[in-house]
Design a protein around this ligand. Structure first.
Ligand code: SF4
Length: 252
């Protein structure tokens, strides 16, 4: 069967296939440590103009207030005892990064290193996430990173439904303040929390959903990728989808 495509589309597909081949080869044989950015980004993501974040719907929070609003929300959460996760925590891990970010990553919850430092994704999984961010052509400080629950679940277990229900309003407020162009959910917990549906990750990844008008791209949690390196190929495909959405956003 022959497919009709125009020249530009063919060129773009060929470029993506080349990128995919290069990265898949690197991930499978030498690990993500060796990857250099393969999606060329000639310049950093453009700054947001006024109250209109690039490529995203209208925000309810003025441009200059986002940083302040996040700081205010962080102060609201300080000392939170709404759920049992408060009992074993060292620090609340609110989130970290650029309040003006075009891209927000949402994980599940803090691990032991995050609990000690009070910062998200600073352990081994965090190192892999940082490399994934670099492969998109971004620096870590240009994006925003947070979790569904802000306190470490004991022994890194998956947060219980009641804990998610009590803590996720804080996440929703963070996302409403930032109103990024794209949200990337890392793993089942974050994906199910935003999409309000339960399905295996293999059925959710590779597709684009929306949360309150913002595109959501689900992919595997970096901790899972460390345990299952062969899945990195699929994660890379998801990063290509993310990259495309970000490019579309910056072109608007
Ligand atoms: S996990 Fe969330 S709701 Fe539970 S105590 Fe921590 S900040 Fe509060």
């Amino acid at each position: 069967m022959r497919y009709r495509t125009n020249g530009r589309e063919t060129e773009r597909l060929a470029e993506q296939l080349r990128d995919l081949k290069v990265l898949c080869t690197s991930w499978q044989f030498t690990g993500i440590e060796t990857i250099t950015p393969v999606i060329p980004r000639s310049q950093p993501p453009p700054p947001r103009a006024g109250n209109e974040p690039v490529g995203s719907p209208q925000t309810s929070v003025p441009h200059e207030s986002r940083h302040h609003a996040l700081a205010e929300l962080s102060r609201t959460i300080a000392g939170c005892r709404r759920c049992r996760l408060s009992e074993g925590r060292t620090h609340i891990v609110f989130g970290d990064g650029n309040a003006e970010a075009a891209l927000v990553f949402v994980g599940e919850g803090p691990g032991s290193e995050e609990d000690i430092q009070g910062l998200p994704f600073v352990g081994q999984a965090g190192k892999l996430l940082t490399k994934m961010i670099h492969s998109l052509g971004y620096r870590r400080e240009e994006v925003y990173i947070c979790n569904v629950v802000k306190c470490r679940p004991p022994k890194n277990r998956t947060p219980f439904a009641d804990e998610v229900a009590l803590c996720s309003p804080f996440l929703f407020q963070q996302l409403e303040i930032i109103r990024p162009s794209v949200i990337c959910t890392l793993g089942s917990c974050a994906t199910e929390t935003l999409l309000q549906r339960k399905s295996p990750m293999n059925q959710l990844r590779g597709r684009v959903f929306t949360w309150r008008g913002i595109p959501v791209v689900p992919t595997f949690h970096p901790a899972y990728l460390l345990r299952s390196p062969l899945e990195k190929k699929k994660a890379w495909e998801d990063l290509l989808v993310l990259s495309d959405l970000l490019e579309q956003g910056s072109a608007r």
